[in-house]
Design a binder for this molecule. Structure first.
Ligand code: SF4
Ligand code: SF4
Ligand code: SF4
Length: 365
């Protein structure tokens, strides 16, 4: 039970997580310039073992989890038991499984996975091969071949499984966005998510960052009107992150009743707080400490979900009870904002400077 001023708030006994974002591994075959893994400081990396996965299946069945998104701080297709994991999730009666992948291994796996995956979410930051290689250090033709193979299976009329493309905008690829929209149209994508690069150092903010830079709004607005023209008459949902903090904040995890399960079974409120890492915005460095509320190897998922501190975080996010560091006039001198441990309202941990909460980056859930 929570107390807020004269209010006493109780969590419904019917409250369970609806969605699990599952990190099977933190391993990856690419080296994207924007990857959070480049800024991890607490060495919390690895792959989920069989015992932890079996425990997770028990909890998924017990809590009646509806959707699992295979995602996290690594490439899910690199987990050595990936096919069995997906089969077993379907057997556990998960009604929707999404795979968030860099797409480079898709052509190898699509035959085995096509009947089990409801949504493929593929990251594409450029369709120009050289630009793609500069950003992701991989070969765009591998991704293209995977999508071509996937499309042979997709039934165009009902568009199943769904195809979502995820574009992370930075200074060197922002103009490429127009070509990515055309590409999305050509391959019959159902959805295009346009997120923003979160700088992981002073240097990357300077060279690649587009958030809250003074010369960006005009460029952004021009590109957005081009996109609007291009997407007319085409049935695609385009979600665009903002380049500056939004007044209406929304946590993607809390608003979807979602929880993040790390490779080691730790339960975190979201992708952003799953590992310790650092980011920089407007020259302000912020050190993120991982936030976890238990581990499914030792506790039941619903017990963790109902834990006082976790419930309080969800309530505070739903009720907007966090200050907003990203547009606070004292952000350049405030010491609280340098980490997620506390804020000036006494929250611990705090989401006051979360870029996802301020809708400047989008997490596909
Ligand atoms: S594909 Fe994803 S996990 Fe891999 S390096 Fe790129 S951003 Fe990181
Ligand atoms: S607001 Fe941000 S940091 Fe807080 S739980 Fe949501 S995604 Fe995580
Ligand atoms: S912790 Fe409070 S005072 Fe400090 S930057 Fe954030 S909102 Fe401003």
């Amino acid at each position: 039970m929570l107390k807020y001023r004269d209010w006493i708030i109780d969590l419904s006994t019917q409250s369970y997580p609806d969605t699990i974002v599952l990190e099977l591994t933190t391993d990856c075959n690419l080296k994207c310039i924007h990857c959070f893994r480049n800024a991890i400081w607490d060495c919390s990396t690895g792959a989920m073992d069989k015992k932890t996965f079996s425990r997770l299946l028990e909890e998924i069945i017990k809590c009646n989890v509806e959707r699992v998104v295979l995602s996290g701080w690594g490439e899910p297709l690199l987990h050595k038991e990936i096919i069995n994991c997906i089969y077993e999730l379907k057997e556990a009666r998960v009604s929707s499984i999404a795979l968030n992948t860099n797409g480079t291994l898709l052509s190898e796996y699509v035959d085995s996975l096509i009947t089990y995956i409801d949504e493929f979410i593929i990251s594409i930051d450029a369709v120009n091969k050289d630009l793609y290689r500069t950003i992701r250090q991989g070969d765009f033709s591998d991704v293209l071949n995977g999508i071509i193979k996937l499309n042979k299976y997709r039934i165009r009329k009902i568009m199943k499984p769904a195809l979502t493309l995820l574009f992370t905008a930075n200074l060197i690829n922002i103009k490429e966005l127009i070509n990515v929209v055309k590409f999305a149209k050509n391959v019959g994508a159902n959805k295009l998510i346009i997120s923003n690069f979160i700088p992981i150092s002073y240097e990357t903010e300077d060279k690649l960052g587009i958030l809250v830079k003074h010369d960006i709004p005009k460029l952004y607005d021009n590109i957005i009107s081009e996109i609007a023209k291009l997407s007319m008459g085409y049935n695609i949902l385009i979600s665009i992150a903002s380049y500056k903090p939004k007044v209406e904040r929304l946590c993607p995890f809390i608003s979807n009743n979602a929880v993040f399960i790390r490779f080691d079974g730790s339960v975190s409120p979201c992708l952003n707080y799953a590992h310790g890492w650092k980011f920089v915005l407007e020259g302000i460095p912020r050190k993120i400490h991982s936030v976890t509320y238990g581990n499914i190897s030792n506790n039941d998922l619903d017990e963790i979900w109902r834990q006082y501190r976790y419930t309080q975080l969800r309530y505070n996010l739903d009720a907007g009870l966090f200050p907003s560091c990203l547009d606070c006039p004292t952000r350049k001198v405030c010491r609280y904002t340098l980490s997620n441990e506390y804020d000036c309202w006494g929250n611990n941990p705090t989401c006051a400077h979360c870029i996802f909460y301020h809708r400047m980056a989008i997490c596909p859930i």
